[in-house]
Ligand binder design. Structure first.
Ligand code: 13P
Length: 260
């Protein structure tokens, strides 16, 4: 058993405008509150597009909802002539707790390499945000390098070379399982999670080794419990299924499927 609090994180990607965001967050929180969800036992967070964050923050604050808010990206810079970028300072002002960094869609479509990811992790810590560092291999990398090589290497690169260290979360998302309906098996997620934890502990010490490691890739209410049953995987990062309040609430209530 561990003391790590499971984290259920919903990455909305480029979906839902700010009005739709309000409706989804209301429905999600009402559903969870009706079910007496204990947010201290299972943390729930949503990651809307940047343009939704202010509305989401205002709603969460006004209604005293207990879900956490996060952003999908952060600039490595604090401020200045960086058209289109969003500073961690602005995210912190909007009460964001988390920020996703190095999602495979950003690595693939925006050429984010390990160096960029590492700089963004530093920016998150500088502004008091918890980075959720996304790692994962493509199908080709899986076939040529095996199961854990790429996610472990990406994790070490993101966390290396920092003068100061803060809280972080790792999200293992095999690229071949994102949005494809192809899910890693619970055993695969557990094995990679173990390999990442071992590497973090060796490189950065026992305390860092207690960080939460999530699985992501085609997670649904009907398969989430399998990933979280062993205690090696500390939560999930959910894409498509986080756009449906009832489905995401069902994922957040995964414990009802696990016989303890
Ligand atoms: P899906 O759950 O839609 O496969 O997306 C996973 C993901 O990329 C979450 O960040």
């Amino acid at each position: 058993m561990t003391n790590r609090i499971p984290l259920i994180a919903g990455n909305w990607k480029m979906n839902l405008d700010h009005m739709q965001a309000i409706a989804l967050i209301q429905k999600l929180c009402w559903t969870l509150n009706d079910a007496d969800h204990d947010y201290r036992a299972v943390e729930v967070a949503v990651f809307p597009p940047f343009t939704d964050l202010r509305s989401a923050q205002t709603l969460i604050d006004a209604e005293k909802f207990e879900i956490a808010l996060g952003a999908q990206d952060i600039s490595r810079h604090d401020s200045g002539a960086f058209t289109g970028e969003v500073s961690g300072a602005f995210l912190a002002k909007l009460a964001c707790k988390f920020v996703l960094i190095g999602h495979s869609e950003r690595r693939q479509c925006h050429s984010e390499n390990n160096e960029v990811v590492q700089a963004k992790v530093a920016a998150a810590w500088k502004h008091g945000l918890v980075p959720i560092i996304c790692v994962g291999e493509t199908l080709e990398e899986l076939e040529t390098q095996g199961q854990s090589a790429v996610p472990v290497a990406q994790t070490i690169a993101a966390l290396s070379g920092h003068e100061t260290f803060g809280e972080f979360v790792i999200a293992y998302e095999p690229v071949w399982a994102i949005g494809t309906g192809k899910v890693a098996t619970p055993q695969e997620a557990e094995d990679v999670s173990k390999a990442i934890r071992k590497a973090i502990t060796e490189h950065f010490g026992a305390e860092s080794g207690q960080s939460r490691i999530l699985y992501g890739g085609s997670v649904k209410a009907n398969n989430v419990a399998g990933f979280l049953a062993s205690g090696e995987v500390d939560g999930v990062l959910v894409g498509g299924a986080s756009l449906d309040a009832e489905e995401f609430a069902g994922i957040s209530r995964f414990q009802k499927h696990i016989v303890l």
